[in-house]
Write a protein that binds this ligand. Structure first.
Ligand SMILES: CC(C)(COP(=O)(O)OP(=O)(O)OC[C@H]1O[C@@H](n2cnc3c(N)ncnc32)[C@H](O)[C@@H]1OP(=O)(O)O)[C@@H](O)C(=O)NCCC(=O)NCCS
Length: 214
């Protein structure tokens, strides 16, 4: 059984704690023991009570944890996640977490710290980078590459051969056509249909997706 500390105490941290609970139940015996959460604010009692977890302190309190405790950064926003990973620095192991209801085909590689949520589907020949997230019910087709910190929100559909560059973000229910590249740090709005490449750092919305005029 591995020991795990969850970085974050918001909505996505709840999803990760639910994922761990489901993994333990599905395995028949615990695969992870959650030692607590690290958060830079004091989490609600409701949050701590509902998951029966302790607040171990701010993110930097990871230095007080035993070396065998793995971390997962359970924060949905890619930039916030990047900042936390940078702050934690090297020298800690990150857990790769996959909900037991997720469907992973052959030749799917997941980086350290990656999270695949309930009912997500990654078909085949998919590479998922470090700290990338595929949220509930999302579909990632064949030959996709999700770079580090890329985030696919619930119900998004990523067609085959798509490249989601580092820290790019697909909103809930977005659809990405085959072989499109979503650039580094780009944001695709909920419900958008992406038919052509999205430039790095831009936000695209609508059907078909167009850059958001600022
Ligand atoms: C695209 C998005 C990032 C823009 O957020 P924002 O920068 O705060 O922009 P605003 O909310 O100020 O909206 C700016 C304009 O874009 C429009 N817009 C925002 N989101 C849109 C969307 N998903 N589709 C179409 N238009 C959208 C707004 O109506 C507004 O239009 P207006 O200027 O004509 O009034 C955000 O709306 C979004 O879709 N985020 C994804 C959320 C999500 O799916 N999260 C997953 C949670 S698990």
């Amino acid at each position: 059984m591995g020991r795990l500390a969850v970085v974050g105490a918001g909505g996505f941290a709840s999803e990760v704690l639910a994922l761990v609970e489901a993994s333990n139940a599905a395995a028949g015996s615990p695969v992870w023991q959650v030692v607590g959460v690290l958060a830079d604010w004091v989490p609600d009692d409701d949050f701590l009570d509902s998951w029966d977890v302790a607040h171990l302190g701010a993110t930097d309190a990871h230095t007080r944890l035993d070396a065998d405790v793995s971390l997962v950064v359970a924060v949905g926003d890619p930039d916030a996640r990047r900042a936390l990973v940078a702050r934690i620095g090297s020298g800690r192991d990150y857990a790769t977490l996959v909900h037991p209801s997720a469907a992973l085909g052959r030749h799917v590689r997941l980086g350290a710290g990656a999270v695949v949520c309930s009912h997500a589907s990654l078909t085949t020949h998919v590479v998922v980078g470090r700290h990338a997230q595929v949220h509930a019910g999302a579909v990632v087709g064949h030959d996709c590459v999700l770079d580090d910190l890329a985030t696919v929100s619930p119900g998004a559909i990523v067609s085959g051969g798509v490249h989601l560059e580092e820290a790019s973000f697909l909103g809930a229910g977005a659809v990405v056509n085959p072989r499109v590249t979503v650039g580094r740090g780009a944001v695709v709005g909920s419900g958008a249909v992406v038919v052509s490449d999205v430039a790095a750092g831009t936000t695209a919305v609508g059907v078909p997706a167009r850059p958001l005029a600022r």
